[in-house]
Design a protein. Structure first.
Length: 141
């Protein structure tokens, strides 16, 4: 990978359910693991599910371009074709969208495809895409 990778740890209430979601549904590789945590390879980034049911909480939302976006979330920016493939995988597996796939900030420098899902412990994930990667950090005019 040409850019630095991030590491993120998050709480889950059940490691086997986390394995099913991240490995089986999203296709993440599994790295090191114990009876208390499990590493996943999320598109080259290390995300770690830690067994901590008491920390699995519902987060508040913020309004973003007409959607109620979970204020605590993480995810990945994918190439457009990979984003569309993942959308189809989510639909085929009948996973409920927190926010349906859509184009946000239409006709602006920040125009992007986005959707949100939640893992079995309620952690919100956003997957997004840009037609032009140069616009990822471009400011609104």
């Amino acid at each position: 990978m040409d850019i630095p990778r991030f590491h993120l740890a998050f709480p889950v209430h059940d490691l086997e359910m986390a394995r099913g979601f991240y490995a089986d549904l999203l296709g993440c590789g599994i790295g090191r693991q114990s009876d208390k945590w499990m590493d996943f390879d999320l598109y080259g980034h290390q995300v770690v599910a830690h067994l901590s049911p008491e920390d699995c909480i519902v987060t508040k939302n913020n309004e973003v371009d007409g959607d109620q976006v979970p204020s605590r979330h993480f995810g990945v920016i994918l190439p457009w074709d990979k984003w569309e493939e993942l959308c189809e995988t989510i639909k085929k597996n009948a996973v409920e969208f927190l926010i349906e796939p859509r184009i946000r900030f239409k006709d602006s420098p920040g125009e992007q495809g986005t959707f949100f899902i939640a893992d079995p412990s309620g952690n919100a994930l956003e997957f997004k895409t840009f037609k032009n990667d140069a616009n990822i950090f471009k400011r609104f005019e």
